[in-house]
Design a binder for this molecule. Structure first.
Ligand code: GTP
Ligand code: IMP
Ligand code: MG
Length: 340
């Protein structure tokens, strides 16, 4: 499977960071490339007792042998990017990270506008990271590009050229999406969405790969969907009910409390359709049944957990190949060899 895209199926925060970092360790990609909107996303990666929340770097950074790329479609905040490289310096980042010279730049004025705008901050509940206003400037063809920023010059590259050359050689390339299906500008719960489409086709375009080169699309769902910010959430449950189930989550970027809901099979099926998913990953099975925490084999899952996964497959009509049983990289059941 030379090119695989991983995207979110609900409203972001499905655990893509966890799934991507696991696939990176197990499948050893030559390149891990990040698409998506920009630093509004926070992917959490937990490995060897350490926890990282990455907003600009690909979450596969923990796999040390991959080239790490940020596609032209992604908005770059140079401050966030440079700080993050420092934060994860133990992973030999400098030298293997590159960003496309055409990435558009988030400037201070974009952040100020995002945080001060009553529609964006007040009604939509944006992350306040400047992404929406920067995309507006990009569409107006006024935004700066990465090649215009001297502090980024050592990192500039042609991302599509690197990726397509690797694919020509038969190497495996892992492409990561951010946010989730429900936040897509086109297909999500407009106007309570992010500033771009978030489905697999757009993620491929972000990194400069055409649809015929994508072999697998993995959509990640969490057993209990979450949402931060405003907007409809059909299966939402009250916070006190979520607390009784032991589910309390806070956003990686903004620290806001996440709204919690129950499994939504209808939305999941629609997300699988528009993403043309070939596989599904389910995270947070330990939240459904504590007994399943850290389990690594299908046979050791409880009846309740197995029934839930079977229900997911009935809903989405593609195989569930990865089942995450905890936040740590290795807390996972990998069924890909059995099912594909
Ligand atoms: P965005 O790119 O911002 O959409 O984020 P993401 O999809 O990478 O997810 P994020 O890391 O923001 O949130 C997922 C949270 O769930 C993190 O705190 C993870 O550590 C945690 N997590 C991931 N998988 C599991 C799991 O199987 N069980 C439990 N208990 N937590 C998990
Ligand atoms: P923006 O992308 O910052 O403009 O925010 C628009 C909407 O998308 C708000 O509801 C945010 O909470 C949501 N959002 C953007 N990025 C993420 C993410 O990575 N995880 C979860 N929600 C997000
Ligand atoms: Mg997140």
């Amino acid at each position: 499977m030379p090119a695989t895209i991983v995207v979110g199926g609900f409203w972001g925060d499905e655990g893509k960071g966890k799934i991507i970092s696991y696939i990176a360790h197990s499948d050893k990609p030559k390149i891990i490339a990040r698409g998506g909107v920009g630093p509004n996303a926070g992917h959490t990666v937990e490995v060897e007792g350490k926890k990282f929340g990455v907003r600009m770097l690909p979450s596969g950074f923990v796999y040390r042998d991959a080239r790490l790329l940020i596609g032209a479609g992604v908005l770059v905040d140079p401050n966030v990017f440079l700080r993050e490289i420092e934060l994860v310096r133990d992973y030999d980042i400098v030298g293997r990270v590159g960003l496309d010279y055409r990435c558009a730049i988030i400037e201070e004025k974009h952040v100020i506008e995002d945080r001060g705008d009553s529609h964006l901050k007040g009604k939509i509940g944006t992350t306040g990271t400047g992404c929406g206003p920067a995309n507006v400037d990009r569409v107006r063809r006024k935004a700066k590009q990465a090649k215009d920023v001297p502090e980024l010059k050592d990192f500039l590259t042609d991302v599509p050229l690197e990726i397509n050359t690797a694919l020509d050689e038969g190497s495996f390339v892992l492409i990561e999406g951010t946010q989730g299906f429900g936040l897509s500008l086109y297909y999500g719960t407009y106007p309570y969405v992010t500033s771009k489409d978030t489905t697999a086709s757009s993620i491929a375009a972000d990194v400069g790969v055409g649809p015929t080169r994508i072999d697998d699309v993995i959509v990640v769902f969490k057993s209990f969907p979450t949402r931060v910010g405003g907007g409809p959430f059909p299966t939402e449950i009250p916070q006190d009910e979520a607390e009784k189930l032991g589910i309390v989550e806070y956003g990686t970027v903004t620290g806001r409390r996440r709204r919690i809901g129950l499994w939504d099979g209808k939305m999941a099926r629609y997300a699988v359709m528009i993403n043309s998913a070939t596989q599904v990953a389910v995270t947070g099975i330990d939240k459904l049944d504590r007994e399943c925490y850290g389990v690594k084999e299908w046979d050791k899952l409880s009846k309740k957990a197995k029934e839930f996964i079977e229900r997911v497959e009935e809903d989405v009509k593609v195989p569930v190949t990865l089942i995450s049983t905890g936040p740590e990289l290795h807390q996972i059941i990998d069924l890909r060899r059995e099912k594909l």
